[in-house]
Design a protein around this ligand. Structure first.
Ligand code: CP
Length: 313
């Protein structure tokens, strides 16, 4: 099946076939980089602009490394150094980036829907690197890619996402990817951060940690997204950790082979104890590494590349 999508805005938009194509393309890139050259020629002559209006370590660096490994030129622009500080609108800034001959724009923005808006006013592909609490599609794709590497098919697998679901774009992208892939998803945390209406997404909502974690094959921790919370959603961080932080005792309730995930950044000692984050069941740094291959796949496919041509290099 050919790849026909120009923009990568949400996982919700993607079919299961498209998710499989991104994963398969990323797997080929990962293998090629492990076994042969450090750089592939696929995007030689293209210019990718990373436009990040919110802080980022992993996503921004992974997009930059992915673009460079595909031989593209990369230009990065952030909030502090862009003329948005002088009152320029998102529309004007984006149209100027396009006028400067960018071939693709990767955007992170605090406002949900910003990437969709840009996709409607620009003539170049747009990739969402996280928009408000809406979606973070490449994170959901790299997380499910990592799960598949450990578990094989995700159909019927119990995956628990624990923490601040309400404000998490990572949770939403994972929920869409996992439910399309047939996983049994449980969301758990305080009812203020895991409201019951999330059941509309085809998942189970739970507030009792022991029941939720029982026999889970994957647990994904999420930090508290203070930057999006106008009011407090629990009495104190200490009380949150006391009730919902993952520690050794609580991790023993998981399936013995369960993997522990976190999209980062981690707040050690709040949502997860350090010995678990650094322990043998943690795949947190594998998620980060897989972020390069997934972003290579996203850049390649949205630039007009076809999955079946990747192997030819
Ligand atoms: N997971 C994630 O989006 O991390 P950054 O905010 O560091 O990019």
């Amino acid at each position: 099946m050919p790849w026909n999508r120009r923009h990568l805005l949400t996982v919700e938009d993607l079919s299961i076939a498209e998710i499989d194509q991104i994963h398969a393309t990323a797997a080929v890139f990962k293998k090629q980089l492990q076994h042969s050259v450090k750089k592939l020629p696929a995007l030689r002559g293209k210019t990718i602009v990373n436009f990040f209006l919110e802080p980022s370590t992993r996503t921004r660096m992974a997009f930059e490394m992915a673009a460079k490994r595909l031989s593209a030129d990369v230009v990065s622009l952030d909030a502090a150094s862009s003329s948005t500080q002088k009152g320029e609108t998102l529309r004007d800034t984006a149209q100027n980036i396009q006028a400067l001959n960018a071939d693709l724009i990767v955007i992170r923005h605090s406002a949900s829907g910003s990437p969709l808006y840009l996709s409607r006013i620009l003539n170049i592909p747009v990739i969402n690197a996280g928009d408000g609490s809406h979606e973070h599609p490449t994170q959901g794709l790299l997380d499910t890619f990592t799960m598949k590497e450990h578990l094989g098919s995700l159909a019927g697998r119990k995956v628990v996402i624990l923490g601040d679901i309400l404000f998490s774009r990572v949770a939403r992208s994972n929920i869409h990817a996992l439910t399309k892939m047939g996983a049994a998803v449980t969301l758990v945390g305080p009812s203020t951060l895991v409201p019951d209406w999330f059941t509309d997404f085809g998942v189970t909502v739970a507030h009792d940690l022991k029941t939720a974690l029982a026999d889970a094959e994957v647990v994904m921790l999420l930090r508290i997204q203070h930057e999006r919370q106008a009011a407090s959603h629990f009495p104190s961080l200490g009380e949150y950790t006391g009730m919902f932080g993952l520690n050794k005792t609580r991790a023993s309730w998981l399936n013995p082979k369960a993997i522990i995930m976190h999209p980062g950044p981690i707040n050690r000692g709040v949502e997860i104890d350090s010995d678990l984050a650094d322990g043998s069941r943690s795949v947190i740094l594998e998620q980060v590494s897989n972020g390069i291959a997934i972003r290579m796949a996203a850049l390649y496919l949205c630039s007009g590349g076809q999955p079946e041509l990747v192997e030819a290099g």
